[in-house]
Design a protein around this ligand. Structure first.
Ligand SMILES: Cc1ncc(COP(=O)(O)O)c(C=O)c1O
Length: 392
């Protein structure tokens, strides 16, 4: 089994020698001359912090690409989720729904607000939230008070839902949005991994009241560290800009603040890198989609493994390529991961589901059988765009 995995990986992307590296990483940033020049220009102009035009330019470019009406650039994706929850009115002792098969950022952000994460189940088809099960569950647990959804059991208000598009693949976004509308629960889309991904030809992150992107070093484009918030709602955009710039009352020289704000604005030096990286996004998506087909060709017909394919009606950026272990190979997951890492291929399991983390164990949750099944089956393969250029 380990031989099959190793051979198929080498057949797909070559070995580390073919890339003149000691290790093939899971996902590397791709920095070229254009990026060096863009950052150099920013340094020469002396606008390295939030003053200057780079941040506005980066927001404009993102607006055009995603077709979101408003974009607010921010220091990272986690802060983007945090301030979005704040703007949507999430407060102490509320519950925030989110899948358990998730990065820890959403749970952390809910906790920063004094709210309690509440975990929902995913489906195999999208590895994201199961709309049918969600609807049945919400029907069972929710009662309404003054138009707001409350958890019948805990008596707490359910004030937000954070939908994750896992590894850049789309959830059944419109069905989930419809269900949440029925229960009067606003939706934040965690599209941190999904820049360049579309559902029914609409960019992910533009379906919810708010969408969040990340430009961390491991994402499809990077600003070093960074994020952005997408929204079509003018008053939400205004509040986001205000709160992320320390709640300062705009004035040329007066320094006066009218709320508890956050110093969350992206810096110009990061935005300068973002501007040059964005020019290459379409090419990266193309290469990553090609890489998917290369892996698919080499794993097709395997008794032990299958490659996860983008869900129907969507076009994925294939941020992280995903191998699913079949039943026969489940018990070997950790051994396989260990061997591949030893051989110089950085592969990894999915995050430990949030409901299993020590500090989140007591949070409310629905039945999470599929989450636990997927936890044992997922292995992410090296996914950097440049790997698609390997010659056979
Ligand atoms: C799904 C998901 N949500 C949120 C984040 C947080 O983004 P950041 O690292 O920019 O804070 C990340 C990635 O890092 C992520 O993968």
């Amino acid at each position: 089994m380990e031989k099959e995995l190793l051979n198929n990986i080498v057949k797909s992307i070559g070995n580390f020698n073919s890339h003149k590296k000691s290790e093939v990483y899971l996902h590397e940033p791709n920095i070229d001359k254009d990026d060096w020049n863009s950052v150099k220009k920013c340094l020469e102009r002396n606008f390295v912090s939030t003053v200057g035009n780079y941040v506005n330019e980066f927001e404009d470019k993102l607006r055009k690409y995603t077709k979101s009406k408003y974009v607010v650039a921010i220091v990272n994706g986690t802060s983007a989720i945090h301030v979005s929850l704040k703007v949507l009115g999430v407060r102490f002792n509320d519950e925030v729904l989110m899948p358990s098969l998730n990065f820890v950022a959403s749970a952390n952000a809910a906790n920063y607000c004094g709210a309690i994460p509440h975990f929902v189940e995913v489906e195999k088809e999208t590895m994201s939230v199961d709309p049918k099960k969600l609807k049945e569950y919400l029907k069972k647990i929710i009662s309404f008070r003054k138009g707001h959804a409350y958890n019948k059991k805990t008596k707490r208000r359910i004030s937000c839902f954070i939908l994750l598009h896992l590894f850049g693949h789309s959830s059944k976004t419109d069905s989930i949005k419809k269900i949440l509308f029925e229960f009067n629960i606003p939706m934040i889309e965690d599209a941190a991994e999904a820049l360049g991904s579309f559902y029914k030809k609409k960019h992910l992150g533009t379906f919810g009241t708010i969408g969040v992107l990340s430009f961390n070093g491991n994402k499809i484009i990077t600003t070093g560290s960074g994020g952005a918030i997408l929204t079509n709602n003018k008053s939400i955009a205004k509040k986001l800009k205000f709160l992320t710039t320390t709640a300062k009352i705009p004035h040329k020289w007066r320094y006066e603040y009218s709320d508890i704000g956050f110093n969350y604005r992206l810096a110009g030096i990061n935005a300068a890198l973002g501007c040059s990286q964005l020019k290459k996004l379409k090419n990266y998506v193309k290469l990553k989609r090609k890489l998917f087909y290369i892996y698919l060709k080499n794993f097709v017909g395997s008794k032990n493994f299958e490659i996860f394919k983008e869900p129907k009606f969507s076009k994925s950026n294939y941020w992280l390529q995903t191998l699913l272990l079949k039943k026969s190979s489940l018990k070997n997951r950790d051994k396989l991961i260990k061997i591949m890492n030893k051989k110089g291929f950085s592969v990894r399991p999915v995050w430990k589901p949030l409901h299993k983390l020590k500090h989140l164990k007591s949070c409310p949750k629905m039945n999470l059988n599929i989450t636990e099944d997927l936890e044992g089956r997922i292995i992410n393969l090296p996914s950097s765009a440049y790997l698609a250029k390997h010659k056979f």
